[in-house]
Design a protein around this ligand. Sequence first.
Ligand SMILES: Nc1ncnc2c1ncn2[C@@H]1O[C@H](COP(=O)(O)OP(=O)(O)O)[C@@H](O)[C@H]1O
Ligand code: SF4
Ligand SMILES: [Mg+2]
Length: 319
Amino acid sequence: MSALLELDGVGVAIGRIALLEGISLSVERGQVLGLVGESGSGKSLTAMAAMGLLPLIGGRVTHGAVRFGGQDMAAMTEAERRKLRGRRIGFVTQNPMTALDPVQRIGEQIDVVSRLHLGLTRAKARARTLDLMTQLRIPDAASVAEAWPHQLSGGMKQRIVIAMALAGDPDMIIADEPTTALDVTVQAQIIQILGALVRDRGVALLLITHDMGVVAQVCDRVAVLYAGRLAEEGPAGPIFAAPAHPYTAALIGCIPQDGMAKGSLTGIPGTVPSAAAFPPGCRFHPRCSRASDLCRRTAPPVAPHDAGRAACHHPGTVA
Ligand SMILES: Nc1ncnc2c1ncn2[C@@H]1O[C@H](COP(=O)(O)OP(=O)(O)O)[C@@H](O)[C@H]1O
Ligand code: SF4
Ligand SMILES: [Mg+2]
């Protein structure tokens, strides 16, 4: 199957600062790609690049290409890109409150998406809205549709945002840390709902998270980012069984156990460097127990490893 979304050697800069380098990944219909890495790794910038939204934050693609359905996004007009985002890509943000209008009833906010992008009448749009809400297991959809955002719980608000993302019948959902603001039991429900969407509707899902537990739960493939570069990418099962990159291994070691704060990464000493202070060679070397002189001098290229790819001079499994 050919990729729906493809990033091919993408570099991104804001102003004169290069923040992403050589990012290659792809997502197919019916597939969940988990994009993981600690805060500051470049996950949200990758999502912005995929949606053609970098100009909003003064950023741009400096290298490589972003293709959607085989079409180069750089060759599209801004009007075409806007249509693509509304119609073919649904976006789910971390904080549902920023995506909802506090002074508009829930149902109307979902209706407007299918009226705009599918040209539905008011009545047909409302029928579609209620149908979507029911599919997202929102109890008593008709009365929730009449509610205001502040009347709903965080988990319910995030389901509404997912309904809005789906209302235009997209081929792809990009969800940037969709459960970070929610409590643990609700998180699991939302992740389950997103996974079911992929199976039932055959949409492609790019699921961004700093939580390896979420990846283990639902992703077919994983792409691991570190300091603006791809560390490792490949099918989820083999990567969890035998990570090639020490950073991936450290993240897997950080799947929260009972009693540990969600997403806590205390297992990896140090922090992600900022673009102003990227170390030479492998950017992970100051935190890597396997670092050699070669690592300190030369950046490892992304190379095939098992069923996937990894950027490491000394790949293998941590004992
Ligand atoms: N608008 C911006 N201006 C300058 N630097 C930015 C901007 N947005 C993100 N960055 C920098 O780019 C890097 C990656 O950011 P981001 O993609 O938001 O990371 P993540 O989503 O993985 O937490 C960080 O070092 C961040 O400081
Ligand atoms: S290239 Fe070297 S420093 Fe970087 S992750 Fe691999 S072993 Fe560690
Ligand atoms: Mg982010």
